[in-house]
Design a protein around this ligand. Structure first.
Ligand SMILES: [Zn+2]
Length: 250
């Protein structure tokens, strides 16, 4: 079942996960991810190539810097394993072209979710490209459906924008961030307009689950005005619907 076309995403996955791990970890500082060599954030030591092998290096070093033994944290290994899991699922369930798009969607949403979970912010660089990519994916996977998915993007973004306006009108404060509107537009672009009711229902349920976990972990108390990361819920639902095709892909 594994042919050359399926191998591509699997080979690229650990590297993509490793790169996105750096993007997530360097997010607040805004330092360049591609040009600068990787350094230890504690002691500044340049990390050697043999300590940058995805998954393997983290396990060999037990998640610590080789020089100062400072903890590297769980982000690198989490992103690498997450990216591999996404690629395995896509290759197993989707034909080759759709599998590549499923990986792109999953990897970008994984990184966006990780930043949202840690900083309560979704970088536009990770979310905005998802909108045109979703329309492109529809046109490539099912030629002639790009326009419908473009309409889905407008509908998804518009719906969340309207919900946000209504909430602000009722409560006098923002309930949905701009990032949530962009991610809803992305969901519409990838899944088409017919999938939006299912996306919103499932994302709301997953969001409540996220909130319950956050409160259970003692990291937040519920109250009006609490900001909870919504990207992981919305992202997970969008990706699962795309990969399983539960979302109508006309
Ligand atoms: Zn160090």
């Amino acid at each position: 079942m594994l042919d050359a076309q399926s191998l591509g995403p699997l080979v690229l996955a650990p590297v993509a996960g490793s790169f996105l791990g750096v993007v997530v970890q360097r997010f607040p500082s805004g330092s360049p991810t591609s040009s600068a060599r990787s350094c230890c954030e504690s002691c500044g030591a340049v990390i050697a190539w043999y300590d940058l092998i995805p998954v393997v290096s983290w396990l060999m070093l037990k998640g610590r810097c080789r020089r100062c033994a400072a903890s590297i944290g769980l982000v690198p290994i989490g992103m690498e394993l997450g990216a591999v899991l996404i690629a395995l699922t896509c290759v197993a369930l989707l034909p080759p072209a759709a599998a590549w798009f499923g990986c792109l969607l999953g990897w970008l949403l994984l990184a966006a979710s990780a930043v949202d979970a840690t900083h309560l912010v979704v970088p536009d660089k990770l979310s905005v490209p998802l909108v045109p990519l979703g329309i492109l994916a529809a046109e490539v996977v099912a030629p002639g459906t790009g326009w419908l998915h473009a309409a889905g993007a407008v509908a998804g973004g518009g719906l969340f924008w309207a919900l946000g306006r209504a909430y602000r009108g009722l409560r006098g404060q923002d309930g949905l961030g701009d990032a949530d509107i962009i991610l809803a537009a992305a969901a519409g672009a990838w899944l088409g307009p017919a999938a939006l009711p299912a996306v919103i229902l499932l994302a709301a349920l997953a969001g409540i689950g996220t909130l319950a976990c956050t409160v259970a972990a003692g990291r937040a108390t519920i109250g009006w005005g609490s900001r909870i990361p919504f990207a992981p819920a919305l992202g997970l639902v969008t990706w699962i619907l795309f990969v399983t095709k539960l979302g109508p892909m006309p």
